[in-house]
Ligand binder design. Structure first.
Ligand code: DHB
Ligand code: FE
Length: 280
C-alpha cells in the first residue's frame, strides 16, 4: 500500500526565486525566512518520498481569466514551467505520475467533484518555488508530481468547506492507491497578503496564527468563513489558504505531529510561513 508521510505547507512568493538565484539566503532580509527550510529538507531527505501531490493555484500561466477551472488535476507524464514575467530562471521540468493522477481523478468524479483534467499543463511559481525551497541544489526533482490547481484568482472561488472536502476525497484516493510509493502532500500559497487595491500590503498576523494553530487538529475551524470573510481576514491573495486547507484534507484522519514551523513578516508583500505536519 502507498504510504502518506505527511504534509509540507509553504508560501510561494516569486521574489524567493530571485533570492535563491542571487544566493541571498544569508542576507539579513532573507535569513529569517530561509532558516525555516533546512528542517523541512532534512525531513524530506530522511523520508525520501516518491511522489508529491501538490495543491496550488495558477496565477495566469496555464489558466487565464478567459478559461478558469475551479479545480484542475494534472494527468501528464511531464509538466514544464515557463517564463511568467517575474525575471526568474525557468525551472527544470517535473516528472508526472499519470497513473496516480487518473486514480485520483476517478475517485474525485465518483465523489461528485466535477473537475477539469489536464493532460498538458504548465506549472507556475506556486509549484516551482516550494520545490526549490524543499530540495535545493538538485539536478532533477527527486519526486514525481500530481498537480492539483484550485482557483483562488477569479471570483467566484470555491468555498473553504468545498476545498477541505476535495482534499479529503484526494486523501481517500491516496489511501486506496495500490503501490509501494511514499507520498508527500504539499499545499502552497498564503499566508495573509493583498497585492492590489486600497489595502495593498495588508497582513493579518492574528488570522495567520489562528490558521497555523488550528490546521493540524481542527481544520474545520478554518472553513467556517465565507470567501468574502477570508478575503477580509487574509487579504485578496491570502485566500491562497484554500490550497493549505485542501492539502490538510488530503492527510485525512491519521495522527499528525508538527515537525517544522516558521512564520516571518514580510517577504515581499506577504506574511510567509512554512509548516510540516508529519504522519506519526
Ligand atoms: C507575491 C505573493 C504571491 O503569493 C504571489 O503569487 C505573487 C507575489 C508577493 O508577495 O509579492
Ligand atoms: Fe500566489
Amino acid at each position: 500500500m502507498s504510504d502518506i508521510i505527511g504534509g509540507y505547507f509553504t508560501s510561494h512568493v516569486p521574489a524567493i526565486g530571485g533570492a535563491i538565484a542571487k544566493g541571498l539566503q544569508e542576507d539579513p532580509y532573507w535569513k529569517p525566512f530561509f532558516d525555516g527550510y533546512p528542517p523541512i529538507s532534512e525531513w524530506l531527505n530522511e523520508e525520501k518520498p516518491d511522489v508529491a501531490v501538490v495543491f496550488y493555484n495558477d496565477h495566469g500561466l496555464n489558466f487565464f481569466l478567459d478559461k478558469m477551472p475551479t479545480f484542475a488535476v494534472g494527468a501528464a507524464d511531464e509538466y514544464q514551467n515557463a517564463d511568467e514575467g517575474w525575471g526568474l530562471p525557468v525551472s527544470k521540468p517535473f516528472r508526472g505520475d499519470a497513473a496516480l493522477s487518473w486514480h485520483i481523478i476517478e475517485n474525485l468524479i465518483s465523489d461528485e467533484f466535477d473537475i477539469t483534467t489536464c493532460q498538458k499543463m504548465l506549472v507556475d511559481h506556486a509549484m516551482t518555488i516550494p520545490f526549490q525551497l524543499a530540495w535545493p541544489d538538485r539536478e532533477a526533482w527527486p519526486v514525481k508530481v500530481v498537480p492539483i490547481a484550485i482557483n483562488t484568482v477569479q471570483h467566484p472561488l470555491p468555498s473553504a468547506k468545498r476545498c477541505l472536502a476535495l482534499g479529503r476525497s484526494v486523501g481517500r484516493a491516496l489511501e486506496s492507491w495500490n503501490s509501494n510509493d511514499k507520498i508527500v502532500v504539499i499545499g502552497t500559497g498564503g499566508l495573509s497578503h493583498q497585492l492590489d487595491g486600497e489595502r495593498a500590503g495588508f497582513i493579518n498576523a492574528d488570522y495567520d496564527r489562528f490558521c497555523l494553530d488550528h490546521l493540524m487538529d481542527d481544520p474545520e475551524a478554518l472553513v467556517g468563513d465565507s470567501i468574502a470573510g477570508i478575503v477580509e481576514k487574509a487579504g485578496t491573495q491570502g485566500v491562497e489558504i484554500l490550497n493549505w486547507i485542501a492539502a490538510r484534507g488530503a492527510l485525512g484522519e491519521r495522527a499528525l505531529a508538527k515537525r517544522a514551523e516558521n512564520y516571518h513578516i514580510p517577504i515581499s508583500n506577504t506574511a510567509a510561513a512554512s509548516l510540516v505536519l508529519e504522519a506519526v
